[in-house]
Design a protein around this ligand. Structure first.
Ligand SMILES: Nc1ncnc2c1ncn2[C@@H]1O[C@H](COP(=O)(O)OP(=O)(O)OP(=O)(O)O)[C@@H](O)[C@H]1O
Length: 289
């Protein structure tokens, strides 16, 4: 299921959370929805899942308005960090409920993920730790196998090993059963390897939408002896710089002509793609709202 937003506006009283947003998310992609606090990510995902009606504009999921649309909504799953499950029912019953609502739900996948995250199906979500509740949200989101899966900061409470298990599970599931997955996250360093397309929201608008490879091509990382790196980066906009002993790694914004890149490599410097997090900080840096 692809997504198309045309002039999407959502207001909360005097606050405009989304301001005339036009956006296309193609079907069958893992899309990273990035943005600073309050940029409108949760609002956008809530509208896509028909949890909320827009103030103005059009939302099309698989070509149709999702609002009160059973055909579309049975194949759309939004999981938020809060879990979106029945907190006072054992997880086993929660999964049975989800299975009844989601035609593509896969009980074997759910069972395997429950084991992977060491979740006891007899336990109720309101008796779990924060990270375990997040992990259960991941189980519901991935095992539902919906054509549009919206994961809103779902991994925020999970510890590092659980988050990496989540990333692996997401990729395995996506490869086995391609679908459209929109993942909102502040952990850009960690999730960047999963993303095929990136949407950056900023102050209620789309700052950019690009495929991840093109975005990484908007800058270069250069690593090597301090003096050589300083010489190479002179005249470029440096996004970040880290030094370990005499070795420096710097991220620069902008393209490097092929001849300059070849000279740098010949002189012993290592060039690579820019770090998405540094680029994000640079593109959205205007101070707090
Ligand atoms: N129910 C609400 N009532 C009033 N204002 C709201 C409501 N929900 C969101 N907002 C406002 O809308 C804007 C966008 O909020 P939203 O939750 O979509 O941002 P976000 O990008 O998900 O942020 P974060 O990264 O902090 O979770 C913010 O200014 C927020 O204060």
């Amino acid at each position: 299921m692809g997504v198309e937003l045309r002039g999407l506006t959502v207001r909360f009283g005097s606050t405009t959370a989304l301001d005339a947003v036009d956006l296309t998310i193609p079907a069958g992609t893992v899309c990273g929805l990035l943005g600073r606090n309050g940029s409108g990510k949760t609002t956008m995902l809530s509208v896509l899942a028909a949890f909320r009606r827009p103030t103005a504009g059009a939302v099309l999921v698989d070509g149709e308005d999702p609002w009160e649309n059973p055909r579309v909504l049975q194949d759309v799953c939004l999981v938020r960090e809060s879990g979106d499950v029945l907190a006072d029912l054992p997880m086993r019953e929660n999964l049975a409920y989800v299975a009844g609502a989601r035609p593509r739900f896969d009980a074997d996948v759910a069972g395997a993920l429950m084991d992977r995250f060491e979740l006891d199906p007899a336990k109720r979500p309101d008796r779990l730790s924060r990270g375990q509740r997040s992990a259960f949200g991941v189980v519901v989101g991935l095992a539902s196998r919906t054509a549009l899966t919206l994961l809103d900061e779902v991994h925020l409470g999970m510890d590092a090993p659980s988050r990496y298990a989540f990333y692996d599970a997401l990729l395995e599931e996506y490869v086995a059963h391609p679908r459209t997955i929109v993942l909102s996250s502040h952990l850009i360093d960690e999730v960047q390897r999963l993303l095929e397309t990136v949407v950056i929201l900023h102050r209620g608008g789309v700052l950019l939408t690009e495929d991840a490879e093109t975005l990484r091509g908007r800058g270069v990382s250069v690593t090597g002896p301090a003096e050589a790196v300083e010489e190479f980066t002179a005249g470029h906009q440096v996004l970040s710089r880290q030094q370990l002993g005499r070795t420096v790694q710097a991220m620069i914004h902008g393209e490097v002509p092929p001849e300059a890149a070849a000279r740098a490599v010949a002189s012993g410097l290592e060039l690579g793609p820019v770090d998405l997090q540094d680029l994000f900080v640079h593109l959205t840096a205007e101070g707090p709202r």
